[in-house]
Design a protein around this ligand. Structure first.
Ligand code: SF4
Length: 243
């Protein structure tokens, strides 16, 4: 069994609760959504070649390997890095759920911990992969950024997560309506008030608008009435200009 990847690299985690920690990123190609502020547009398509980073940082060198890649090929690449955390990301990694079902146990046998970064819409696929996943970073996508309402899919996904470690990110700007953010937060609090929520401002050309920050601060205050842990965390990579 093989999977189409857009890249494998080691870097620092740029989002969410694990921000700043060193992770190996396995970026799966393809996505079932088309978000307005997609930060990885290259990974939405399926490339013939997968980019493999040789080292980390601004002087990074990249070599290319023909897609698709096998579990053994990926393990060999991952073993050359230093981190023991692997982030399965995309695109949408759960489009490759059959492959992750095979890859996950092998990574765990090799003492890696696995973070799944997902758009939180593919609940059946999640079920297949769940036993190998240590932590889930789930996005809730607001309808005004996707042109479609995925709240039903997000609700079904949250029901499948059960006792797993999970945190949720919502990308927000002041162009979102209060109703849609309220709806998203209700989905989380209905599941558990202990799930950490990260409000992530939209970053365009490495800039976060002041209006967005004010909106986020207001939302944080409001949702701390419903959830125990609500944080505002911007994307680190765009702030320090690191890929
Ligand atoms: S889910 Fe992620 S990868 Fe897919 S279009 Fe949205 S932002 Fe891009």
């Amino acid at each position: 069994m093989k999977a189409y990847l857009s890249e494998v690299m080691e870097s620092i985690q740029g989002e969410g609760l694990y921000i700043g920690t060193r992770h190996i990123f396995i970026r799966f190609a393809g996505c079932n959504l088309r978000c307005k502020y997609c930060d990885t547009p290259a990974s939405v398509s399926i490339p013939e070649q997968c980019n493999i980073s040789i080292n980390t940082g601004k002087n990074n060198q990249v070599k290319q390997i023909q897609n698709p890649l096998s579990v053994d090929q990926i393990l060999e690449i991952v073993n050359k890095y230093s981190s023991k955390w692997v982030s399965l990301t995309g695109g949408e990694p759960l489009l490759s759920a059959d492959f992750i079902y095979n890859l996950g146990p092998i990574l765990r046998e090799n003492n890696y911990k696995i973070l799944l970064e997902t758009n939180g819409t593919l609940s059946k696929e999640l079920e297949l992969c769940l036993p190998s996943i240590d932590v889930i970073s789930m996005d809730i996508k607001l309808p005004s950024f996707t042109n479609k309402n995925y709240f039903e899919e997000h609700e079904a996904f949250l029901k499948k997560v059960k006792q797993k470690d999970i945190y949720i990110k919502i990308v927000i700007s002041e162009e979102n309506s209060m109703e849609e953010v309220d709806h998203a937060v209700r989905l989380i609090s209905n599941q558990s008030i202990n799930i950490p929520l990260i409000l992530q401002p939209v970053t365009t050309n490495n800039i976060i608008k002041n209006k967005d920050i004010d909106f986020l601060l207001m939302l944080q205050k409001k949702y701390l009435q419903q959830l125990k842990d609500v944080r505002i965390i911007p994307q680190l990579h765009s702030l320090i200009n690191l890929t």
